[in-house]
Design a protein around this ligand. Sequence first.
Ligand SMILES: NC(=O)c1ccc[n+]([C@@H]2O[C@H](COP(=O)([O-])OP(=O)(O)OC[C@H]3O[C@@H](n4cnc5c(N)ncnc54)[C@H](OP(=O)(O)O)[C@@H]3O)[C@@H](O)[C@H]2O)c1
Length: 290
Amino acid sequence: MPPASTLPGVDALWPLCLKIAARGAPSPADTQSPIAWNAAQGCSLQGLWDGEALELFELLKPLLDARHAGTPWAVGQLGQSLDGCVATYGGDSNYVNGPEMLVHLHRLRALCDAVIVGAGTAALDNPQLTTRRVDGPHPVRVLLDPALRLPATLRVFCDGQAPTLLACDASRAHEAARRVGADQVLGMRGLARPDGSTDLRALRAALLERGLGMLFVEGGGITVSRFIEQGCLDRLHLCIAPVIIGAGRPGLQLPRSTAMRDCMRPPSRVYRMGADVLWDLDLRAPAATC
Ligand SMILES: NC(=O)c1ccc[n+]([C@@H]2O[C@H](COP(=O)([O-])OP(=O)(O)OC[C@H]3O[C@@H](n4cnc5c(N)ncnc54)[C@H](OP(=O)(O)O)[C@@H]3O)[C@@H](O)[C@H]2O)c1
């Protein structure tokens, strides 16, 4: 076996992942491609690779399999402290995690059709939501703002780096269009439920209608929690950093469980991300539901 340092690594693997995200996996007849596909196992990596590339492939495989199958699919992420916070009380989250996790976020953006953030994150972070740390296309940037509280001066509405959609109920679409322009508004009938909550299945359906089936829900804690509660996430990447924030903004905020046997216990895998630890949780497995 060649020494590990001469084996192809992440730099060689990443363009292959981007190709699959753009066009699906190579056909079984394409024996030249290092990524093969078959119905039983989905995508698999052929030949010898270094350990880092093998780990990255395993982590991304569920996403690549969904891409090949052409099924709508959504992954959420939260980067949190040991005490379960995603930001300080005042909303500072730069940075909870180390640089390895930031690269991972940008990779997920590049492999998905759209990145979704809640209004709280958009207002506090004024993020760009681009893929500037990796090669790959920018996703469509979706800001979930049913109450139309976001200012039109946010970078995503003005920087022209990638398409942006302000997601709101159809009843508020005209008002939203006046603020940010009609081409940046996704108004949906039934997004705002009578009880004041947001129907995330309606959001997923509306995005799918626009060809945006692979979704990355990047935060914050309230938004990711609502996606989980409504059964709208397939996987969750929960990345825990060795930091203690104290009374900060909470990550997952889900309904109370009375007994341990009723708690979600999704199948999980663990990956090192520099000093952080990423938990990859399969939310579609039977044990993931109460
Ligand atoms: N560490 C990470 O991985 C990570 C990732 C993303 C964000 N963050 C941090 O998470 C925090 C935000 O998360 P979150 O759970 O509070 O909210 P969020 O999930 O981003 O957004 C959902 C909520 O935003 C609310 N909101 C709060 N302040 C707002 C404002 N100024 N303008 C418009 N809407 C506002 C909305 O309230 P209504 O329901 O009342 O309309 C809605 O409930 C930020 O500090 C951000 O830096 C961390």
